[in-house]
Design a protein around this ligand. Structure first.
Ligand code: MEV
Length: 424
């Protein structure tokens, strides 16, 4: 029987209990659970092979967002992030979405775009048609670069060209459309772009400079939607507040940047946990948000005729489950196992749903009680734990500090002495 990701009070469990839940849900081995506990799970030797000039590590906590139901399947979501409240907020939003069936997500084929820049082309519009007329030769050479990708059903699919007018003259940009299957694709696309550059020079008579992937992955989109009954979100007034928060973002780029930042809190945390290129995702998301010439929200929130809340998200998600750090980093491998995704598209769909959930949680908190209450509750619990409290006692100390509005280590220590000596 499929296991449920629903778990009330996951945050109240000890780390050992949480790991036991993970083992049950995702079939993690003792060794994998041990690696997770081992402050980063990455050896210096492996780190040395990942980047240059290694001197050590910068560990980030890995948390698990619970309650996610996406396309009828339960997911536990590994999230690597330094900011408190994000994992709890995602779990809360996923819990709100469950009664109406959770999130529904879909995606396009994983097509990435490689760009080849030719300058000094005398007749760029004529050259554009010459390049297009030799598309088959270009695709053939591109596809000779990665036989493994071809054997998996991927590869360069199409070629397009555009002429740009710039202060240093006209440029002919040739674009290669590559189905990257389960890889993020930067390596293969860059290799293909470099390989076909001599053909472009020969056809156009120009000089090729840049041969590089575009992170504005408009052919690799992920979408998710959710419908939530007004009672599950806190009533019609909260629905109105969320819709009005969305409209604020749609009308004002200053608010919109923060709105989209909240979405990326979720997406980037999953990307980091799974060893994906977070900068590529950020660049793609914000460029996509500005594609109309006006920076806009990546999500849309509406109230339907019953007064219930509908939300949707669409953005480029160039994330892979093979290649790069997804396999080189042992924790990324474990994160992918916890997620149980079978393809890069499934991962992108999960990320889109997490982004939508994160945005819902933020807008709901902002429209209802304000963001600080949730932040402070978590912050207070962290302070209580730092003071040495555990389990229920940490919760009680945190609650007291929040109600007194004194969230400080010295107060947590006092309360630990006071409450710790009382029967629970
Ligand atoms: C904080 O990391 C994210 C929020 O500011 C997002 C938002 O305002 O929508 C809460």
């Amino acid at each position: 029987m499929a296991k449920s990701s629903e778990c009330h009070g996951f945050y109240k469990l000890s780390i050992e209990e949480r790991l036991r839940f993970l083992k049950e849900f995702s079939g993690l081995t003792d060794e994998e659970a041990g690696l997770l506990r081992r402050e980063g799970g990455l050896s210096l030797e492996r780190a040395e092979r990942m980047i240059e000039n290694v001197v050590g590590f910068m560990p980030i906590p890995l948390g698990i967002a619970v309650n996610f139901l996406i396309n009828g399947k339960d997911y536990l979501i590994p999230m690597a992030i330094e900011e408190p409240s994000v994992v709890a907020a995602a779990s809360n939003a996923a819990r709100m979405a469950r009664p109406s069936g959770g999130f529904w997500a879909c995606s396009t084929e994983p097509i990435m775009i490689g760009q080849i820049q030719a300058v000094g082309v005398k007749d760029p519009h004529f050259a554009k048609l010459s390049v297009l007329s030799q598309k088959e030769e270009i695709l053939k050479l591109a596809n000779e670069q990665d036989p493994v990708l071809i054997s998996l059903g991927g590869g360069a699919r199409d070629v397009d060209c555009k002429v740009l007018s710039t202060p240093v003259g006209k440029m002919l940009i040739t674009e290669l459309y590559v189905d990257c299957k389960d890889a993020m694709g930067a390596n293969v696309v860059n290799t293909m772009a470099e390989a076909v550059a001599p053909i472009i020079e020969r056809i156009t008579g120009g000089k090729v400079y840049l041969r590089i992937i575009s992170n504005l992955a408009t052919r690799r989109l992920a979408r998710a939607r959710v419908k939530i009954a007004k009672e599950d979100v806190g009533g019609e007034e909260v629905v109105d507040g969320i819709v009005s928060a969305y409209e604020f973002a749609a009308a004002d780029p200053y608010r919109c940047a923060t709105h989209n930042k909240g979405i990326m809190n979720g997406i980037i945390a999953v990307a980091l946990a799974t060893g994906n290129d977070t900068r590529a995702l950020e660049a793609g998301a914000h460029a996509y948000a500005a594609r109309s010439g006006r920076y806009s929200p990546l999500t849309i929130w509406e109230k339907d005729s019953e007064g219930d809340l509908s939300g949707s998200i669409e953005l480029p998600i160039a994330a892979g489950i093979v290649g790069g750090a997804t396999h080189a980093h042992p924790i990324a491998k474990i994160s992918l196992k916890i997620l149980g995704v079978k393809s890069a598209r499934e991962l992108a769909e999960v990320m889109a749903a997490v982004g939508l959930a994160q945005n819902l949680a933020a807008l709901r908190a902002l429209a209802a009680e304000g963001i600080q209450r949730g932040h402070m509750a978590l912050h207070a619990r962290n302070i209580a734990v730092m003071a040495g409290a555990t389990g229920d006692l940490a919760d009680r100390i945190a609650e007291r500090m929040v109600s007194e509005r004194k969230i400080r280590l010295d107060r947590a220590r006092e309360l630990l002495r006071e409450l710790g000596s009382q029967p629970a």
